[in-house]
Design a protein around this ligand. Structure first.
Ligand SMILES: Nc1ncnc2c1ncn2[C@@H]1O[C@H](COP(=O)(O)OP(=O)(O)OP(=O)(O)O)[C@@H](O)[C@H]1O
Ligand SMILES: [Mg+2]
Length: 321
């Protein structure tokens, strides 16, 4: 936790020197997000050895890619929906820029963690609302999906304040809540993206982000806490798991409600988001405590003014998306 403490202090000082407008008012919200404070206790090599080097993506070996013949048929049967991607909120759609690099860095870091232990499903949470969980989840999923042939499933696991569908420009239901309530099937909630024909809102037939599938939140409302504890969630992950290389689950904040912890129990790992200049250290600490019973991989420091250069903890890579 000391690294996240240092990073949050630094971000706060920088924010005081150069205050930013409220996130809602930002036209270009693409501030870099940096990877911090991963738990390296299970790492095969010392931290220094793993983080001081650059990792060109061409040289990166994905240890557990699924054989194509296993993944292709079922994935291709997922029904395309018109997606109207919000380009300003999705920097990994671009080819370069500081935020793109940071998402690549986060992605590489997760591949490195995966080399030491099996992880496929990663839940993203944070202590409080508005720290950037949905922003990080969606952009991380896109970054993975643009990398080689990684098949990625993005699940909006925030069944109260589901917003991922807004970034993708698609419908919020039927979604996870409907599936967990037994009101929809896996096939009904899974989406792939199709470019809408200009001006009509109708699909043009061109698949967008061809390796990405999405399950929206659905409307859990008051039932979200109960639904998040349903055994249908681990069943869902088991059923769709073989189709994907990564499953990224956005979730609700962990301090006010228990949904994220419930969902996290079925995931292989959890990443917590802390927002530079906003999240206080005790909040980050409390979030980590709430997640103590699950596999906490580490923190992502979101919305920092510039990518921090602190010690050896930041991995940068230089490849293409
Ligand atoms: N790195 C960033 N730079 C600028 N704006 C950001 C950044 N990350 C998130 N935002 C903006 O901050 C707002 C909150 O982000 P987001 O919805 O991802 O947070 P959240 O933690 O998922 O919130 P909630 O708890 O309500 O679900 C959004 O308007 C989002 O676009
Ligand atoms: Mg959210």
């Amino acid at each position: 936790m000391s690294r996240i403490y240092e990073a949050l202090q630094k971000a706060e000082m920088e924010r005081e020197q150069s205050p930013l407008p409220a996130p809602e008012a930002m036209e270009q919200p693409m501030l870099p997000s940096a990877v911090v404070d991963f738990d390296d206790s299970a790492a095969a090599e010392p931290v220094e050895g793993r983080f001081t080097r650059l990792v060109p993506e061409e040289a990166f070996v994905e240890s557990d890619d699924l054989p194509a013949e296993k993944a292709v048929p079922a994935f291709d049967t997922i029904t395309p929906h018109p997606w109207n991607l919000s380009a300003t909120k999705l920097p990994p759609l671009l080819d370069r820029g500081p935020a793109v690099e940071q998402f690549r860095s986060l992605r590489s870091r997760l591949y490195e963690v995966r080399a030491t232990r099996p992880i496929k499903s990663v839940l993203i949470s944070s202590g409080l609302p508005q720290e950037g969980k949905s922003f990080i989840s969606t952009n991380l999923a896109i970054s993975f999906a643009r990398h080689r042939n990684s098949r990625v499933l993005l699940i909006d696991g925030d069944m109260r304040r589901y917003t991922v569908h807004e970034m993708l420009g698609t419908t919020p239901s039927p979604g996870l809540a409907d599936y967990l309530a037994g009101k929809a099937t896996v096939e009904e909630i899974l989406q792939r993206g199709e470019m809408p024909a200009a001006g009509t809102g109708l699909p043009s037939g061109r698949i967008v982000l061809g390796n990405l599938a999405f399950i929206p939140g659905g409307n859990g409302g008051d039932k979200a806490a109960d639904l998040s504890g349903s055994p249908r969630f681990p069943e869902l992950l088991a059923a769709v798991g073989p189709m994907f290389d990564w499953i990224i689950v956005d979730s609700s904040p962990v301090i006010p409600v228990s949904d994220a912890v419930n969902l996290a129990r079925s995931c292989d790992g959890v990443m917590l988001v802390a927002r530079g200049g906003v999240t206080k250290y005790p909040t980050a600490q409390r979030a980590a405590t709430e997640m103590r019973s699950v596999n906490l991989l580490g923190f992502v420091l979101n919305a920092v003014l510039k990518a921090p250069h602190v010690g050896h903890y930041y991995g940068y890579d230089s490849g293409t998306a």
